[in-house]
Write a protein that binds this ligand. Structure first.
Ligand code: SF4
Ligand code: SF4
Length: 124
């Protein structure tokens, strides 16, 4: 991953149907307990090999709600283990962190365009 949904989400449900890998869950299933939709970073592939751009952001009516986050790679293991931001799924008791399995990400989006407030809707 990944992209991340912030607290300006209006829970409209538009993005959930658009994700090609079912990485998005609604507010009632947000594992962090926050009242907004949530992207599972251990599932999100930034739409690589599916679409030219993240489809969740393409359909989201709330500009700025969806930001780029770090690539879901071992280099950023600690970032994705921060439970104030993410709550990763487990498999047989093992946390599905980047060390468990890295995910595809858009290599044309540089690190300086990734982080809270770096809107996906804004072209690099
Ligand atoms: S960027 Fe693509 S894969 Fe990731 S949550 Fe959005 S729609 Fe799903
Ligand atoms: S489309 Fe945007 S506002 Fe609607 S549920 Fe998804 S993130 Fe929230």
């Amino acid at each position: 991953m990944s992209v991340i949904i912030d607290d300006t989400c209006i829970t409209c449900d538009a993005c959930l149907q658009n994700c090609p890998v079912n990485a998005i869950v609604d507010d009632s299933h947000n594992p962090t307990g926050k009242s907004r939709y949530y992207v599972h970073p251990e599932k999100c592939v930034e739409c690589v090999e599916h679409f030219d751009d993240p489809q969740c952001a393409a359909i989201c009516p709330t500009i700025g709600c969806i930001s780029w986050d770090k690539p879901f790679t071992k280099e950023f293991e600690g970032h994705f283990l921060n439970e104030e931001i993410y709550k990763l799924d487990t498999k047989n008791g093992v946390v599905k962190s980047p060390a468990f399995k890295e995910k595809k990400y858009r290599k044309d989006i540089p690190l300086e365009l990734r982080g809270v407030g770096k809107e996906v809707q804004v072209a690099p």
